[in-house]
Design a protein around this ligand. Structure first.
Ligand code: SF4
Length: 233
């Protein structure tokens, strides 16, 4: 592991321990901004962690690649193993057929989480991990109970794998997530990921007289810089 400064404005991280002394964690990651703080906390607690990037929901492919590359960049910085899983988008569209107009946090999201956790659990089983979790729960836009329900369901066929339902938002996790994203200048995505969330976010923006999302251009620090340049102009 590389030597990096884990401190964020003097914050001292509590030491994390796995729920039942499990030794190998496979952490499903959705993106660098959500994963960053969690990855650092796990390294600081010496928990043997591998990142599993399985997100066939992300649309379009260029957005998927950008989010993935950001996550790889940070995993390399920490010296954390990174598994680049399949982008089987056809399966994702098959499974969510008929749920195109569900709202965020609705049935389509349950399907989406189920699919991502099932594949994570299958990979964990095949590669001797005894614990899985996900970075999805750190976002305050997500429903923790919905996510945890999907995580538990995915591990049910595998009695030797536990789903870790740790609440990453606690103890200031959400604010550190933002602070760390700025420090690392992560790409700042502006919609959850799927084509329907892109559609709905744009509809919401247009209804509020805002511009549609311009993908691939906003990075945490750069966004701040742009803002300050605009303010000075
Ligand atoms: S809104 Fe997000 S969680 Fe829900 S289906 Fe789309 S990508 Fe998946």
């Amino acid at each position: 592991m590389s030597k990096i400064d884990y401190s964020l404005k003097g914050y001292e991280r509590p030491k994390l321990t796995t729920p039942n002394g499990e030794s190998k964690l496979l952490m499903h990651s959705c993106c660098a901004p959500c994963a960053g703080e969690i990855m650092e906390a796990l390294v600081a607690s010496n928990i043997d962690t591998t990142i599993f990037f399985y997100n066939p929901n992300i649309h379009p492919k260029e957005e998927y690649e950008l989010r993935k590359e950001e996550n790889i960049r940070f995993a390399q910085k920490l010296g954390m193993p990174f598994i680049d899983a399949d982008y089987d988008q056809d399966n994702w569209f098959d499974r969510t057929q008929g749920q195109e107009n569900e709202p965020e946090r609705g049935e389509r999201c349950t399907t989406c989480f189920d699919m991502r956790f099932e594949v994570t659990a299958q990979y964990a089983k095949a590669h001797d991990f005894d614990l899985i979790s996900s970075t999805l729960g750190i976002s305050r836009w997500k429903d923790m109970d919905q996510i945890n329900g999907c995580g538990v369901r995915a591990t049910q066929p595998h009695t030797d794998i536990t789903y870790w339902d740790i609440n990453w938002r606690k103890l200031g996790g959400s604010s550190r997530m933002l602070e760390l994203s700025k420090r690392e200048e992560f790409y700042q995505q502006e919609y959850c990921g799927c084509v329907y969330s892109l559609r709905d976010t744009n509809r919401r923006r247009v209804s509020r007289d805002r511009e549609k999302i311009e993908r691939g251009v906003k990075f945490y620090q750069q966004a701040m810089d742009k803002l300050s340049v605009q303010t000075k102009a």
